[in-house]
Design a protein around this ligand. Structure first.
Ligand code: AMP
Length: 288
């Protein structure tokens, strides 16, 4: 599965991408994370990107595209990938289209996360990242469990706030989203790839809506979680279907099981469809 997650800062793309990595066994490619890593390592790319990032503006296309080209050339992306935070403008979307055409790996879907402006600001203020494993939490919506420890250190997560999650920079990032990134909704709608989900509310509910929008059961094949966490260099999966154990059942028990399954199927049929909101209306309630 090759997908793009589209949405304003704070719309939950990163959190949901992490969940998709676990369930679908394909890597998350977050240009924001790649750029922050370059800044932390003090590379030339990081040095060039830093000023724009600190000001909440977009980093130059040529830098981001170079990074994406390199990342999509790595073997773990052959089974699919989740692009998070890329593309961010029309030039990047066109460049991605050309690149994926050359790689003969067209996108399967683009999911637009809809969340209103006030909720975005609230979520960004609660966002924290573990300095060791990089996992993103939200103290308001998805804090770490009391018993949870960092997989890198074995100690409790060391939670830090991103330097660009301050009030002034957030306002600029939301403005840039509206101006540069929102036009991508129409771009992908015209290509028949766009799916829109209501990304407000409970994080598990949003995961369910995302799975439904992708039309995928999102179960990881065996070993996929481990390979996705390991990242680049991971082997592609050739997973064999597992043979089910034959179970002898009495005719009465079998009939009861069939009735139970039929009840479940009817219950699912009655279930609500995702509360999709109309695409392209931008940041609801945003003061202009
Ligand atoms: P994010 O973590 O996706 O919110 O990105 C953090 C910052 O990195 C953004 O505010 C931009 O300055 C920069 N950035 C991330 N992705 C891109 C991109 N695709 N194009 C340009 N700048 C980006």
């Amino acid at each position: 599965m090759r997908i793009v997650l589209l949405g304003a800062p704070g719309s939950g793309k990163g959190t949901q991408a992490q969940r998709l990595v676990e369930r679908a066994g394909i890597p998350q490619i977050s240009t924001g994370d790649l750029l922050r890593a370059a800044v932390a390592r003090g590379t030339e790319l990081g040095r060039q990107a830093r000023e724009a990032m600190d000001g909440g503006r977009l980093v130059e296309d040529s830098l981001v595209l170079g990074m994406i080209r390199e990342r999509l050339g790595e073997p773990d992306t052959r089974r699919g990938f989740i692009l998070d935070g890329f593309p961010r403008n029309l030039a990047q979307a066109h460049a991605l289209e050309r690149l994926l055409e050359a790689l003969q790996q067209p996108l399967d879907a683009v999911v637009q996360f809809e969340v209103d402006y006030r909720e975005l600001v609230r979520r960004i203020s609660g966002r924290r990242t573990c300095a060791d494993c990089g996992r993103v939490f939200n103290m308001l919506t998805s804090p770490p469990a009391a018993s949870e420890s960092c997989p890198k250190t074995g100690a409790p997560h060391r939670l830090t706030q991103r330097p660009d999650d301050n009030e002034a920079t957030v306002a600029e990032r939301l403005r840039v989203y509206d101006e540069k990134t929102r036009p991508l909704i129409d771009f992908y709608r015209a290509r028949g790839l766009l799916r829109v989900i209501d990304a407000a509310g409970d994080v598990n509910e949003v995961t369910r809506r995302l799975a439904q929008a992708l039309g995928a059961p999102l179960r990881a094949p065996r070993g996929a979680k481990r390979r996705a966490r390991k990242g680049a260099g991971a082997r592609p999966t050739h997973h064999k279907p597992t043979r089910k154990r034959a179970v002898r059942q009495s005719p009465g028990k079998l009939a009861r099981r069939k009735r139970a399954v039929a009840r479940k199927v009817r219950a699912v049929g009655r279930g609500k469809s995702p509360r999709a909101t109309p695409a392209g209306r931008g940041l609801k309630g945003r003061p202009r």
